[in-house]
Design a protein around this ligand. Sequence first.
Ligand code: SF4
Length: 170
Amino acid sequence: MGLEAKLNSDGFITTTIDAVIAWARKSSVWPMPMGISCCAIELIAAADPKYDLARFGSEVMRFTPRQCDLMIVAGTVTYKMAQVVRRIYDQMPEPKWVIAMGACTSTGGMYRSYNVVQGIDQFLPIDAYVAGCPPRPENLINAIMTIQQKISKTKARDFQDKPLLETIDK
Ligand code: SF4
């Protein structure tokens, strides 16, 4: 039964503030597209009409971290680039989530090299990993749905003591 049908029959619904806030939050997750290399092409494809990320309320890619609550890291992260990724993450307001998209981002992938970070969980908290080289857009959408499930279990007070922004080291 849809919401409209419920309202037509009873004229009211019962819920909790936590449920309403979590529902609103999970229905409007705005990604920060941290496209660093080839995986970014599939990230872009996920937002096209064929895959239609708008169905999940996540088609609004923001290129300023202060308007985002989901960082999607897509590509090979070098140690030099890791500092930039971390700084952008720190500039996103709480609450926020991170997806590691692709083999390179998650583990370094084929780059067993001195200059490539062997998994971004070394410097970022990760909420969902996406397998593949590159992952298909469906895989990314599945990760976004996983984030939505996580958000739907949150309570507003889970975040009340967190600072809006992390302290950024100079
Ligand atoms: S996982 Fe594959 S497609 Fe993605 S950045 Fe690495 S090499 Fe490129």
